[in-house]
Design a protein around this ligand. Structure first.
Ligand SMILES: Cc1cc2nc3c(=O)[nH]c(=O)nc-3n(C[C@H](O)[C@H](O)[C@H](O)COP(=O)(O)OP(=O)(O)OC[C@H]3O[C@@H](n4cnc5c(N)ncnc54)[C@H](O)[C@@H]3O)c2cc1C
Length: 324
C-alpha cells in the first residue's frame, strides 16, 4: 500500500484501444473533479503515433512503453511494466479495461501493490475524501453494489461501453517515452489465431438481432442473419446458445457482452435478469416471444407475442419493402 498523501493522478490502461478512449472520457471527468492529472499508459510495439492521439482524447500525459518484446499482450511482461510504473509514480486511481487480459492483470497488480481491486465498474464517482466509488452489478444482476477503497492506488476495471468515447479535441499533452525493465515471461505463446467472429465488435453494433433458446436448430440462425442484413446489424444470442448448444462463440448479458445498440431485437429470449443486465442500456428493445408472460416484455419498448419463425420473416419482408 502506498502512502495515501503521496499518490496523485488518474491512470488509464487497456489492451484494447477503444476501451482506453472510453475510460479517458470518464477519467477526464474524475480528474477535473479531483483537480489532478490524467495519464494514459500505452504498452506495445511501434505505437508512437497512437500515443500522441491519446492526448486529444483527454490525457494530460501518456506513459509510452514501446518495445518489440511487448508487441502482443503477455501477462507477466505487462504486469511488470505496470507494477514498475505504479511503484515509481504512485497514481491515486487506476482504471483498467475489463477485458479477458485486463481483468486478471488488474487483480495481480493490486496484489503486488497491496491494494484492492473492484472489477466491472459501470459507474464511477469520488466522495468528499477523494475516495473513488465504483458501482457494479451484483447478486446475478439483482442489485448494484457501491464499493470504495481503504488503500491506494484505487484500482477498478471498466467494461467496454460503460462510458462514452469522448470526441477528439486539439489539446496539449505530454508523451513520456519510458524504458522499463521487463520481467522475463514464464510462458510463451506458440501460436496466435484470430477468433472467427464478425468484423464489428458486438458492443459497437448499432443494431443487434439476438436469439435465444426459442431458436430450434443451428441452421435457423440464417433467419436472423437475413434480418440483420436488412437492418445493417449484427446477430447476438443468449448464453445457453454458446454454453449448452455451442452454436455461437460469445453471448450478451451480465457475464457476456454488455451492449448499447440503438435497436435490440430479442427473438425467443425469455429475458431473465442475467440477460437483461447486458441490454438495459439499449435505446429501443423489441421482443418477439410466443409466451405473453415472458419477462422480456417487462423491459421491451415494443413486444410481439408470436412465433419467431413467422414474425422474423414477416418483419424482414416488411422492412425490405419499406426500404426499397
Ligand atoms: C451467473 C450466471 C450468469 C449468467 N449470465 C448470462 C448472460 O450473460 N447472458 C444470458 O443470456 N444468460 C446468462 N445466464 C443464463 C440465464 O440465467 C438464462 O438461463 C438464459 O438467459 C436463458 O436464455 P434464453 O432466454 O435463450 O432461454 P429460455 O429462458 O429457455 O427462454 C427461451 C424463450 O423463447 C421463447 N420461445 C420458444 N420458442 C419460441 C418461438 N418459436 N418463437 C418465439 N419465442 C419462442 C420461450 O417462450 C422462452 O421465453 C447466466 C446464468 C447465471 C447463473
Amino acid at each position: 500500500m502506498s502512502n495515501m498523501s503521496e499518490s496523485k493522478g488518474i491512470w488509464v490502461f487497456s489492451d484494447t484501444y477503444d476501451l482506453t478512449l472510453e475510460m479517458l472520457g470518464k477519467g477526464r471527468e474524475l480528474a477535473n473533479t479531483l483537480r489532478t492529472e490524467l495519464a494514459a499508459v500505452l504498452i506495445g510495439s511501434n505505437i508512437q503515433e497512437k500515443a500522441s492521439e491519446l492526448t486529444k482524447y483527454g490525457a494530460d500525459k501518456v506513459y509510452l512503453i514501446d518495445n518489440p518484446a511487448l508487441k502482443n499482450f503477455q501477462a507477466e511482461a505487462y504486469l511488470s511494466v505496470l507494477h514498475n510504473l505504479a511503484a515509481n509514480y504512485h497514481p491515486e486511481i487506476l482504471l483498467i479495461g475489463s477485458t479477458k487480459n485486463g481483468k486478471p492483470l488488474a487483480a495481480r497488480l493490486a496484489t503486488r501493490l497491496n491494494t484492492g481491486c473492484v472489477p466491472d465498474c459501470t459507474r464511477l464517482s469520488v466522495d468528499e475524501n477523494r475516495r473513488l466509488i465504483g458501482e457494479r452489478i451484483t447478486y446475478g444482476g439483482n442489485a448494484i453494489a457501491k464499493v470504495t477503497f481503504k488503500a491506494k492506488p484505487q484500482i477498478v476495471t471498466v467494461p467496454s461501453r460503460a462510458f462514452e468515447k469522448p470526441s477528439p479535441q486539439e489539446r496539449n499533452g505530454q508523451v513520456l517515452k519510458l524504458d522499463v525493465k521487463i520481467e522475463e515471461p514464464r510462458t510463451e505463446s506458440v501460436e496466435r489465431k484470430p477468433l472467427e467472429t464478425s468484423t464489428t465488435r458486438i458492443e459497437e453494433a448499432e443494431v443487434i438481432i439476438s436469439c435465444g433458446r426459442g431458436l430450434e436448430n443451428k441452421e435457423d440462425k440464417a433467419l436472423l442473419d437475413d434480418l440483420a442484413t436488412v437492418l445493417c446489424g449484427q446477430v447476438g444470442c443468449s448464453r445457453p446458445l454458446v454454453e449448452d448448444r455451442k452454436w455461437f462463440s460469445e453471448w450478451v448479458g451480465l457475464s457476456g457482452h454488455k451492449v448499447k445498440p440503438k435497436l435490440y431485437i430479442a427473438c425467443g429470449i425469455s429475458g431473465v435478469i442475467q440477460h437483461v443486465a447486458g441490454i438495459r442500456d439499449s435505446k429501443l428493445i423489441v421482443a418477439i416471444n410466443k409466451d405473453p408472460e415472458a419477462p422480456i416484455f417487462e423491459i421491451a419498448d415494443y413486444g410481439v407475442v408470436g412465433n419467431l419463425y413467422e414474425i422474423v420473416p414477416a418483419l424482414q419482408d416488411a422492412l425490405k419493402k419499406q426500404l426499397q
